[in-house]
Design a protein around this ligand. Structure first.
Ligand SMILES: [Zn+2]
Length: 92
């Protein structure tokens, strides 16, 4: 059995039943579906169409039958990856 990462578990506030996020959130709704992203010359987003991320979900607990809401808080970190200048890339 794999170890459960408690930090990403969703717990029913009524009965304590644990859920994985993928049991409650719909991936397409969670991440959204953005198309036609337009950026200015510096890379900043000017406009887009579609639906943004939906980080809130209402769920009926499969154990106790009561409804609860859950909300995800997400941060994205980025860091530079330095390219290895010694590597020679050969394209075939
Ligand atoms: Zn419950």
């Amino acid at each position: 059995m794999q170890e459960v990462n408690k930090n990403i578990m969703i717990t029913c506030p009524h009965c304590g039943t644990e859920y994985f996020p993928c049991e409650i959130f719909y991936p397409k709704d969670f991440f959204g579906n953005i198309t036609n992203v337009v950026r200015d010359e510096s890379g900043k987003i000017i406009s887009w169409s579609g639906t943004d991320m939906n980080l809130e979900e209402e769920f009926i607990c499969e154990h106790c039958g009561k409804t609860f809401k859950t909300k995800a808080y997400i941060n994205f970190e980025t860091e530079k990856v330095e390219e290895d200048t010694d590597t020679v890339t050969i394209t075939f």
